[in-house]
Design a protein around this ligand. Structure first.
Ligand SMILES: Nc1ncnc2c1ncn2[C@@H]1O[C@H](COP(=O)(O)OP(=O)(O)OP(=O)(O)O)[C@@H](O)[C@H]1O
Length: 427
């Protein structure tokens, strides 16, 4: 039986505990060698942070995935799920604790320089120099990429035009809007025509028009046969771009497949929303809940706020005509202002999975054994940290952050860009 709450979803056992069948199948495909034609292959990639405060922290747990040419693979998960750590291992910013990843035949642990010559990276936080213009940035990265001087101008013009930055080419990047900074970071990731591009939340801070523009650009890159690994908090974005995606919770994939597959498997059913008339919401809520559970015994309550009630209905248990006829009958009696029935979306699938991450964080917050650890993790679940802020709370955060620097990074840092002269093409 399919269920949005995942109580009945099949899991397979494979040495990493119980795992979703699709995740386990991909693991087998990759580890048995049938994924060798994939452009990118992650084989049991694992990262354990060793921090002075938290001890050992498993951030990425035996990840296995194969990404063929021309695929946009979405990596989803709440803050702290392990997406950025995965990217950092794939770009050479961090050394994996165990496992390996391959770009074509190049191993990330043994041939990182070769790998770096074939990847582009748009990081989550724009790594730009405030005092340089867009033109100067692109020139700088072209030189780092080994673009021959005779081709440099052509590349700069192409990148500025491709990302719609021509108007801002001579302005200092420190004066750009968030959206234009993301565009410039994307332009930098495209220099050298890498076959694989990592994009960590590329459209954050963009207005809807710029976002559509970047989506079109990404779709063209995929058509062109390039592969993209994308993280995003927008389900709409994943639906528009990703051929496959995986939802990550606590460093592990919890599901994997095409959007349609995930919707069919986990998002089957409907959300019923009721808006109640005031003023006695509490009384109306109790009556409405009783009515729904009497008529739809398999319904699960999802939300209950003030005048809004939301239930989840399994599609195999009900027919829509039955839902509508029952609600029409009872609308006046139950004080229902209005109601809606909508099919579950990818958002529902995502929210149900990531609850597991939140719950884990919550558990650690409840624990008094390790106050520091819970503080650190709860910050990972909140959005971003402003290190420059000067409040005493932030000073405390800053000292915590400094203490969280992994012990091994001092020795393990590998330079991000290769200087070996990447093959250059203009699309
Ligand atoms: N340098 C570090 N030292 C110790 N722990 C870390 C470090 N960086 C990340 N972590 C921890 O590893 C886990 C995964 O973090 P990561 O940044 O990869 O998550 P994420 O999914 O990318 O989140 P976000 O969406 O906020 O970028 C989190 O629990 C985080 O606290």
């Amino acid at each position: 039986m399919r269920s949005l709450t995942m109580r009945h979803v099949k899991f397979a056992s494979n040495g990493v505990g119980e795992e979703d069948v699709d995740v386990a199948t991909e693991r087998k495909r990759v580890t048995r060698g049938t994924g060798r034609k994939d452009l990118l292959r992650l084989e049991n990639l694992t990262k354990v942070y060793k921090t002075r405060k938290m001890g050992h922290h498993l951030a990425v747990d035996k990840m296995c995935i194969g990404v063929p040419e021309g695929e946009c693979f979405g990596l989803l998960g709440v803050n702290g799920a392990g997406k950025t750590t995965t990217f950092k291992m794939l770009t050479g910013d961090l050394r994996p604790t165990s496992g390996d990843a391959y770009l074509n035949r190049y191993s990330m642990t043994k041939d990182m320089l070769k790998v770096q010559q074939n990847i582009g990276y748009c990081p989550q936080f724009d790594a730009l120099f405030d005092e340089l213009t867009a033109r100067e940035h692109i020139q700088l990265y072209s030189r780092l990429r080994g673009v021959p001087p005779s081709e440099e101008n052509q590349i700069v013009e192409w990148a500025l035009k491709k990302l719609n930055l021509t108007e801002y080419q001579n302005k200092l990047s420190g004066t750009y809007s968030g959206g234009n900074k993301r565009k410039l970071s994307t332009a930098i990731a495209l220099i050298g025509h890498p076959p694989l591009i990592f994009m960590d939340e590329p459209t954050t801070g963009m207005d809807p028009h710029s976002r559509r523009f970047l989506w079109d650009l990404i779709l063209n890159l995929i058509k062109d046969g390039r592969s993209i690994i994308l993280t995003s908090h927008s389900m709409e974005e994943c639906e528009a771009l990703c051929t496959r995606l995986a939802i990550m919770v606590n460093g592990q994939f919890k599901c994997l497949g095409s959007i349609q597959h995930l919707k069919n498997k986990f998002g089957d059913g409907y959300t019923l929303s009721l808006r109640l008339k005031g003023p006695e919401f509490e009384h109306s809520q109790t009556r409405a809940r009783r009515f729904i559970l009497q008529n739809f015994p398999a319904a699960d309550i999802k939300e209950c706020h003030h005048n809004l009630l939301q239930f989840e209905l399994k599609s195999q248990d009900i027919s829509l005509s039955y839902v509508f006829s029952k609600l029409e009958e009872a609308q006046t009696d139950l004080n229902i202002e209005d109601y809606s029935v909508s099919q579950n979306t990818l958002d529902n699938v995502f929210i149900n999975f990531v609850k597991q991450q939140v719950e884990k964080v919550q558990e650690s917050e409840d624990s008094t054994l390790d106050i520091h650890a819970s503080r650190t993790r709860s910050r990972a679940v909140s959005s971003t940290t402003n290190i420059s802020s000067s409040s005493s709370q932030d000073d405390e955060m800053l000292s915590d952050l400094q203490a969280e620097v992994p012990l091994e990074t001092e020795d393990d840092d590998v330079p991000l860009l290769g200087f070996g002269g990447a093959g250059l093409m203009i699309s």
